[in-house]
Design a protein around this ligand. Structure first.
Ligand code: AMP
Length: 419
């Protein structure tokens, strides 16, 4: 499925294309049509599944369609979320997807001066993203007008419960018009969250997606922060030193695949490329030779690799990182199957660091950073950037950590449907 298939407005599609998203994630495929069909919805999904976009995109679509008045806007959307950090993340999503629309948003959270938030509310915005306590404060001060609300989104409902916000959330819901459309998202479905959904949602659709990262957890993952220009040398170094055979290497482009093959061959390593510019016969030959171990290394692009039945490999190497996290999961899912040991090695150059950060977030794994290798990132003289990206990959010690362990504990428990 493509984003076009979801019938989103072209201004949103343009923003999505710029972000490099190639296809909707499973939760987006399910949730976007339901939101557009004006259904109430319960989404059982963790952070990292693309759930923010799943509600943000159809909401922006609706707001763009109805257009806005020039005078102060009355909020059409209220998004309640437990933490300031999450409010910021949701706001970033809205900024990105609404880039080519006039849709506006503001964030409202505690722990900082209320005055600028009152000013923002006076100016008005289509979307208010906020934490429960501060939203209620502002309502009591008659600064928050929820009469024109069309959408109410309750994000991370189980976390709100854990943090003791559920009563505030209920009070807020009661301040919104009864004909609103309500979307509730939660990583787990404890009883109080189910009761909340039962009380305030009307004939909700239920959508659940597994954490996309399931296969990623069974594979040993290593990452090398390497300069782009040194990637081929590093590949050769690893294959030779670790005496690797049966290696599937992924590159982003067909020419990239050919050039990697050429450099390996120059160094005496038997390699073949596998991509769409090769004839069917040439591809079959490359595959046969890889399967019967004449070729040590097969270098493929994602699209070409999709149709091939080699998926029990000892090693997969991401020579280039994909810009879509699921592609990464599919790639590394070709190793570590059926109880076999599998290793996935990823190369990350400076320009790919944001892809890498998204992949780590998405897969909820902590790949081992291999810093002892001959081709680390060079010191960036202008910015004084460190040689490797190790430090920024360390988890921040904040509320999200608690959240993470809570979710992993929850995922260990046998999955139960809530209804
Ligand atoms: P979320 O689950 O909303 O926290 O999203 C996790 C990450 O996935 C965010 O960094 C998004 O920018 C990214 N993301 C969301 N949808 C897609 C998509 N369709 N393709 C690639 N990345 C996506």
């Amino acid at each position: 499925m493509t984003f076009e298939d979801l019938h989103l407005n072209k201004n949103i599609l343009r923003a999505i294309e710029e972000l490099g998203y190639q296809a909707p994630t499973p939760i987006q495929e399910k949730v976007i049509p339901l939101v557009l069909a004006e259904k109430d919805l319960i989404g059982c999904a963790q952070t990292g599944t693309g759930k923010t976009a799943a509600f943000a995109m159809p909401i922006i679509h609706y707001l763009h369609k109805i257009g806005n008045t020039k005078k102060a806007k009355k909020a059409k959307v209220l998004i309640i979320t437990p933490t300031r950090e999450l409010a910021g993340q949701i706001a970033d999503n809205f900024t990105a997807y609404a880039k080519y629309t006039n849709v506006t948003h503001i964030t409202i959270y505690g722990g900082m001066s209320i005055k600028p938030q009152i000013e923002q509310l006076k100016k008005g915005a289509d979307v208010i993203i906020g934490t429960p306590g501060r939203l209620l404060d502002l309502y009591k001060q008659k600064q928050l007008d929820l009469d024109s609300l069309h959408y109410l989104v309750i994000d991370e409902a189980d976390l709100m419960l854990d943090m003791g916000f559920i009563d505030d959330v209920k009070k807020l819901i009661q301040l919104t018009p009864s004909n609103r459309q309500t979307l509730l998202f939660s990583a787990t479905m404890p009883l109080p969250v189910r009761e909340l959904a039962h009380e305030f949602l009307q004939k909700p659709e239920y959508v659940a997606v597994d954490a996309i990262s399931s296969s990623a957890k069974t594979v040993k993952q290593h990452v090398y922060f390497v300069e782009k220009s040194d990637k081929k040398k590093l590949l050769y170094h690893i294959i030779r030193n670790q005496k690797l055979t049966d290696v599937l290497v992924f590159t982003r482009t067909k020419t990239g695949a050919d050039s990697v093959v050429e450099s390996l061959k120059k160094n005496g390593i038997n390699a073949e490329s596998f991509h769409g510019d090769k004839s069917q016969t040439a591809r079959q030959e490359a595959l046969d030779s890889f399967k019967n171990k004449e070729t040590k290394v097969l270098v493929a692009t994602d699209i070409a690799a999709r149709g091939i039945d080699i998926d029990n490999l000892p090693c997969v190497i991401n020579f280039d990182l994909p810009n879509i996290p699921e592609t990464f999961v599919h790639r590394i899912g070709r190793t570590g199957r059926a109880g076999n040991e599998g290793i996935a090695i990823s190369f990350c150059d400076k320009s790919e660091k944001t892809y890498w950060d998204t992949i780590v977030k998405f897969t909820r794994t902590q790949p081992k950073v291999v810093s002892e290798h001959p081709y680390p990132w060079k010191e960036d003289v202008k910015t004084g950037q460190k040689k490797t990206g190790e430090t920024s990959d360390q988890p921040k010690k904040d509320y999200r950590n608690k959240n993470k362990s809570r979710k992993s504990e929850a995922s260990k428990k046998k999955k139960k449907r809530w209804y």
